[in-house]
Ligand binder design. Structure first.
Ligand code: AMP
Length: 194
């Protein structure tokens, strides 16, 4: 039985870094980031990558059929029983589609949806900081695209929170503070559930 954890959070919340650090600590955890998987597809130069790029650079959501295929493949190919995927779900539609998939898939259990919570100020400062420090700046780390990404993240958030709260699967972890504190909190929570 695969145990699935999802991590959601605003741009700049640090969700991918947190998940990567947790996976580094434990051989039995595999981590995937939807954003990283899409950027890899763009970098491959494929036709699908070209299409994905046109959504990422504006801060918009990649079409649902591509997203579902990507995460179902990631869950299936994960070599460990504990799988952490950050960046999903990002819409009510994605949440419902995953729910349908899980209802038909006995070998995967959703354990928790962890929301990394940061203020808009923290999120903005981190994204701008990342753009200033990076050797290769992400197309979507400009301030204009940041505001759209924030809106795209925030619009469906209440519905997503309510859905998982009703299933007792929603967990909030503060994304403020040092990376060590955040990862430590998240790691303790994940370990308590596996
Ligand atoms: P991130 O690295 O999580 O900030 O994601 C970067 C970009 O990838 C997002 O702004 C979207 O364009 C795309 N993306 C990542 N995850 C998803 C998802 N679950 N659904 C649709 N698009 C996504």
């Amino acid at each position: 039985m695969k145990k699935l954890f999802l991590i959601i959070g605003a741009p700049g919340s640090g969700k991918t870094t947190d998940a990567e650090l947790i996976a580094q600590k434990h051989d039995e955890i595999t981590q995937y980031s939807t954003g990283d998987m899409f950027r890899a597809e763009v970098a491959s130069g494929s036709e699908q990558g070209e299409l994905i790029k046109s959504f990422i650079e504006k801060g918009n959501l990649v079409p649902i059929d591509i997203v579902i295929k990507t995460i179902v493949n990631a869950i299936k190919k994960a070599p460990t029983d504990v799988v952490v995927i950050d960046g999903y779900p990002r819409s009510a539609e994605q949440m419902i589609e995953l729910d349908k998939y899980l209802a038909t898939e006995d070998s995967v259990q959703l354990i928790s949806v962890i929301e990394v919570e940061v203020s808009q100020e923290t999120a903005k400062n981190r994204v701008i900081g990342r753009a200033e420090e990076a050797e290769v700046v992400r197309d979507d780390d400009s301030i204009e695209v940041f505001y759209n990404r924030m809106k795209v993240y925030t619009d469906p958030l209440t519905e997503i929170q309510k859905f998982y709260q009703s299933k007792n699967l929603h967990k909030i972890i503060s994304g403020e503070g040092t990376i060590e504190e955040i990862v430590d909190n998240m790691d303790k929570f994940v370990q308590s559930k596996i």
